[in-house]
Ligand binder design. Structure first.
Ligand code: GDP
Length: 296
C-alpha cells in the first residue's frame, strides 16, 4: 500500500498530541521534529519539508490553538490543510478547448506508464461522452504502436498511426487533421519516451508541441521513483511548459515523495492519479482526498 510508512509515523505523532489536554510550545516543536523526519523518510524534497514544517509550526504555535479545547485536533487539522495546499489545494481540471479538438500531448520517460495512461485517459473521456482520437507517435519503442492499438480496440477508441517510418511530428500533424475531419473533440498524442531525459527527445517533443499547439501537456511520472520523478518533472517543465502531471503506480508501495513534492517543486499541478494496470485505474487527482489518505 502507498504511503504506509508515512501514514503510520504521522499517526504516531498525532496520537501523542491528541492524548494531551494542554499542548505546550515544546510539544509542538517535538511533534514538528517528528513530522519533519517522517516526511524526509518518505522521500519528500528537503526544501519542501523545511517550508512545510515552518508553515505548520507558525500556525500551530499561537494562543488560539494552545488555548483551544482540543489543541491536538486543531494541529492535525492544520497539517491536513497544509498537506492539501502542498498538493495543489483543489482539483486541477483538464483543459477544454473552445475550438475542438482539445489537444493533449503525453510525455514521459520509458516505463513510466505513458502509453497505458493514454488509453486510460481516453476511456475516462469516453465515459464523459467525448469522442477521443489517439495518435501513435511513439515510433521508437518496439511494440508501442501495437500496444496503443490494442488499448484502443479494447475501449473502442480509434488510433491514428502511420507506422514507424514516418516522423512523429508528421504523424502528430496528420493525426490532428484526421481528428478535425472526423469531428473528434479530443486528441491524445502518445509521444516517445527515453530511458533518460535527453536533448534529442526534448527537441522532438518541442517540434510536436509547436506543430499541434496542445491545450494540455501532461507528464506521466512513476510515483515509485520518488525524488527522481520530481527531478524528471522539473527538467521536462524547464523545456516544455507542462500543464500537468499524471502520477502512476500509486497502487504500489510508494513512500509518497513524488506526490508531496511535485507541485511545490515544479509549480505543475497533479491532474490524474493512476492506481493500477487496468484500463479504468485512472482518476482525477484530488489533493484533499490524498491528504486525508496520507493522514490515515
Ligand atoms: P511507457 O513506456 O511509459 O509507455 O509505459 P507503459 O504504458 O508501457 O507502462 C509500463 C508498465 O507499467 C506496464 O507494465 C504497465 O502495465 C505498468 N503500469 C502503468 N501504469 C501503472 C499503474 O498505475 N500501476 C501499476 N501497478 N502499473 C502500471
Amino acid at each position: 500500500m502507498a504511503f504506509e510508512g508515512l501514514t503510520s509515523r504521522l499517526q504516531n505523532v498525532f496520537s501523542k498530541l491528541r492524548g494531551k489536554g494542554k499542548v505546550s510550545e515544546e510539544d509542538v516543536t517535538e511533534a514538528m521534529r517528528e513530522v519533519r523526519l517522517a516526511l524526509l523518510e518518505a522521500d519528500v524534497n528537503f526544501k519542501v519539508v523545511k517550508e512545510f514544517v515552518a508553515k505548520v509550526k507558525e500556525k500551530a504555535i499561537g494562543k488560539d490553538v494552545m488555548d483551544s479545547f482540543t489543541p491536538g485536533m486543531v494541529i492535525i487539522d492544520i497539517v491536513n490543510k497544509e498537506l492539501t495546499d502542498l498538493m495543489g489545494g483543489s482539483q486541477s481540471k483538464l483543459a477544454k478547448s473552445s475550438k475542438p479538438p482539445t489537444v493533449i500531448m503525453m510525455a514521459g520517460l520509458q516505463g513510466a506508464g505513458k502509453t497505458t495512461t493514454t488509453g486510460k485517459l481516453a476511456k475516462l473521456l469516453q465515459k464523459q461522452n467525448s469522442r477521443p482520437l489517439l495518435i501513435a507517435a511513439d515510433i521508437y519503442r518496439p511494440a508501442a504502436i501495437k500496444q496503443l492499438q490494442v488499448l484502443g480496440e479494447q475501449i473502442n477508441v480509434p488510433v491514428f498511426s502511420l507506422g514507424d517510418q514516418t516522423s512523429p511530428v508528421e504523424i502528430a500533424k496528420q493525426g490532428l487533421q484526421h481528428a478535425k475531419d472526423n469531428q473528434h473533440d479530443y486528441v491524445i498524442i502518445d509521444t516517445a519516451g527515453r530511458l533518460h531525459v535527453d536533448a534529442e527527445l526534448m527537441e522532438e517533443l518541442k517540434q510536436i508541441h509547436s506543430e499541434t499547439n496542445p491545450d494540455e501537456v501532461l507528464l506521466v511520472v512513476d510515483a515509485m521513483t520518488g525524488q527522481d520523478a520530481v527531478n524528471v518533472a522539473e527538467s521536462f517543465n524547464q523545456q516544455l511548459e507542462l500543464t500537468g502531471v499524471v502520477l502512476t503506480k500509486l497502487d504500489g508501495d510508494t513512500r509518497g515523495g513524488a506526490a508531496l513534492s511535485v507541485k511545490a517543486v515544479t509549480g505543475c499541478p497533479i491532474k490524474f492519479a493512476a492506481l493500477g494496470e487496468k484500463i479504468d485505474a485512472l482518476e482525477p487527482f484530488h489533493p484533499e482526498r490524498m491528504a486525508s489518505r496520507i493522514l490515515g
